[in-house]
Design a binder for this molecule. Structure first.
Ligand code: MG
Ligand code: MG
Length: 641
């Protein structure tokens, strides 16, 4: 699937969980060239180091370095003598296992006296000893070390020692996490940098050691300016490995294969951005089209069972949708209202049917309206996405598609190719007597909310932002009383497409239970826009659409939070509409009751430049949903008996 990069890629074994041989298989398969070996891999390995080295090379991988020594530099005697003896022992192991670079991080021993001169003296001796064994030493400044926590000081040590066996190791987490500009990296000769590690992380104020141990993520999944960092590194002419050293125990819930694939995709995406923002830097990468603009969501497709589909249809009807057309070959019906296209797929023996078997009635497919559908498909595949296709009947369009992260499907539609005729070509209009009947005033899809495990949330973030011109909002944690739910939006610059990702850490949360009940990540709610939410609410009431009842407490709280007009407050209360405002504008939202495993619809109205999702209302919405599903579970239990 992957084409090789000329850039050497590497990954620390600690990034992936499990047994070493499984890790190596996943790493090699994803396309990496090498690994960073941790000393504890050596200790845990059941056999001599020579054999471990052979196993790594048997997977077609190099051992780029041994991690790590953190108890060297600036130590008084006898600690200094012991540190040298310990490192000589590591040199023995390195020769056995077959690696020639040792990573030495700044000393974390409190006895270290520090000082650039003293460190330079120690490293000069170490470089001499290493040279005798054909070994090199890379010095890394750790942001939370007592002494020497800035790469510029580490470079000063390396520069003063001026020895071919001593070089610098740069790690983005220790530079960007400390808010140090990476710009002065450009002044370092590329051959003095022995190794480069990249990790991303969310920008949150926190103890640096804790943060760097628990919050690292793949490049592109967090908030760090990694493109600036890698541009500066690439500008030096550095030609060594670019390596992922990601410490984050949440990754350990993920499959080794998907973590390794994410990692490789993240490096490819990172270097593609470097190449495009600074074309003078030569990065040998496979050709791929640039990110594409997304203009909207062309359709959302539900998988349903022919016997059960009536429930979904009656909800769509109550929302003001009408069946408009039927697929020329398949049991797929197009429901439409305003600019919203909903497909209902009851085809047996299809991808949708297997999605139904897995998840029940659920969203199985989303089609993005992009500038150029073929190019989008190509870019996605260039980044390692799996193409998706299914048998086509005569005269049916070939719509480019890929597999989403959890086996869902993402189609690409555009207005520049024959795909612009999708509704005329692939569908036949149904007969209607009431075609002009007014809907409920829903105009477009405001957002699609997907829930998943936290680890997968990082995967999806990377997936969407590497393929499309979309940006991510900072991650916020929300408030489900049963545990943490992390949330972030991935959106296009004009807000035309908004995807909300919710990551649950525990199955006790409403979102987490949905992940568990629906067998994996999936779309939990669809939000439609209305230009007049009160008129929409009135229309829904006529159609007996079942709303989520909002408790009175909410409105008392609302009156306390905002200077809200009492007439407006009464209108909100009687229609179960929630309200939020910020300096840019205001926001109205209303919810359906949850269906089945917890799927629900939302209707929103945005006023002014309001760009959020009503986060302050989330606790009330969650409480109301939990309350309702408790009642329903109880009554279900009673009728079962
Ligand atoms: Mg590091
Ligand atoms: Mg929402």
């Amino acid at each position: 699937m992957w084409r090789p990069l000329d850039m050497k890629t590497s990954i620390a074994t600690v990034t992936i969980s499990g047994d070493l041989s499984k890790k190596l298989t996943a790493i090699a398969k994803a396309g990496f060239d090498g690994i960073e070996l941790f000393e504890r891999d050596l200790i845990a390995f059941d056999g001599p180091p020579v054999q471990l080295g052979e196993m790594v090379r048997g997977h077609g991988l190099r051992i780029d370095l041994l991690q790590s020594e953190r108890n060297f530099g600036g130590l008084p005697e006898p600690l200094k003598r012991r540190a040298f003896a310990r490192i000589e022992r590591k040199f023995d192991l390195m020769q056995e296992v077959g690696t020639e670079l040792l990573l030495v991080s700044s000393c974390t021993n409190e006895a270290s006296l520090g000082g650039i001169d003293r460190l330079a003296g120690d490293f000069r001796e170490l470089a001499d000893r290493a040279a005798q064994r054909g070994i090199r030493v890379g010095f890394e400044a750790m942001s939370w070390a007592n002494y020497l926590s800035d790469y510029r000081d580490a470079w000063e040590v390396v520069r003063r020692v001026d020895h071919p066996s001593l070089g610098l190791v740069l790690d983005s987490i220790h530079i960007l996490g400390k808010r140090i500009s990476p710009e002065s990296i450009r002044g370092i000769p590329g051959d003095r940098i022995f190794h480069v590690q990249v990790a991303d992380a969310p920008l949150i104020e926190m103890d640096l050691e804790y943060w760097s141990r628990h919050y690292r993520s793949m490049p592109g999944e967090g908030d760090l300016a990694l493109v600036d960092f890698m541009r500066a590194v690439a500008a030096t002419g550095y030609a060594g490995p670019v390596s992922l050293e990601i410490l984050n125990e949440r990754f350990h819930n993920g499959l080794p294969r998907s973590i390794a694939e994410d990692g490789y995709r993240s490096l490819l995406h990172l270097m593609d951005q470097v190449r495009r923002t600074e074309p003078s830097i030569k990065v040998e990468l496979p050709e791929m089209p640039p990110k594409t603009r997304v203009d909207g969501i062309e359709f959302v497709e539900f998988a349903a069972d022919a016997k059960q589909v009536g429930i979904l249809e009656s909800v769509l009807e109550a929302l003001g949708f009408k069946p408009m057309a039927r697929h020329i070959h398949k049991d797929v019906v197009l429901w439409r209202q305003g600019g919203i296209n909903i497909l209902v797929n009851t085809e047996a023996k299809s991808f949708a049917h297997s999605a139904y078997t897995m998840h029940g009635t659920s969203v199985c497919d989303i089609a993005m309206l992009v500038e150029d559908a073929r190019l989008s498909g190509k870019r996605a595949q260039g980044l390692g996405a799996n193409p998706f296709s299914q048998p086509r009947g005569e005269g049916e369009l070939d719509i480019p598609a890929i597999r989403g992260v959890s086996g869902s499907v993402l189609h690409f539609v555009d207005r520049k190719s024959e795909l612009k005729g999708i509704w005329e070509t692939d569908f036949r209009e149904l007969e209607h007597s009431d075609r002009d009947l007014f809907g409920a005033g829903l105009t477009r899809i405001d957002h699609v909310a997907q829930v998943m495990n936290y680890g997968e949330m990082l995967t999806w973030t990377l997936f969407y932002t590497s393929i499309f011109e979309m940006t991510k909002t900072p991650m916020v944690d929300s408030v489900d009383p049963s545990g943490m739910v992390y949330s972030r939006a991935i959106q296009s610059s004009d807000g035309g497409v908004r995807l909300v990702l919710n990551g649950a850490e525990t199955h006790r949360t409403f979102a987490g239970r949905f992940v568990a009940d629906s067998a994996g990540s999936s779309v939990q709610h669809l939000a439609f826009s209305s230009n007049d939410i009160f008129a929409t609410a009135a229309s829904l009431a006529e159609r007996r659409f079942e709303l989520l009842p909002i408790p009175e407490d909410y409105y008392l709280d609302l009156a306390a939070r905002f200077d809200i007009d009492p007439i407006l407050l009464t209108k909100l209360r009687s229609a179960n509409i929630l309200y939020d405002e910020d300096t840019d504008g205001c926001f109205y939202q209303l919810y359906s009751r949850p269906y089945g495993e917890g799927f629900f619809f939302e209707i929103v109205q945005r006023c002014g430049g309001y760009d959020g999702y009503g986060a302050p209302n989330a606790p009330y919405r969650l409480a109301a949903q939990k309350h309702l599903s408790r009642i329903e579970r109880r009554s279900h239990y009673r009728t079962e008996r």
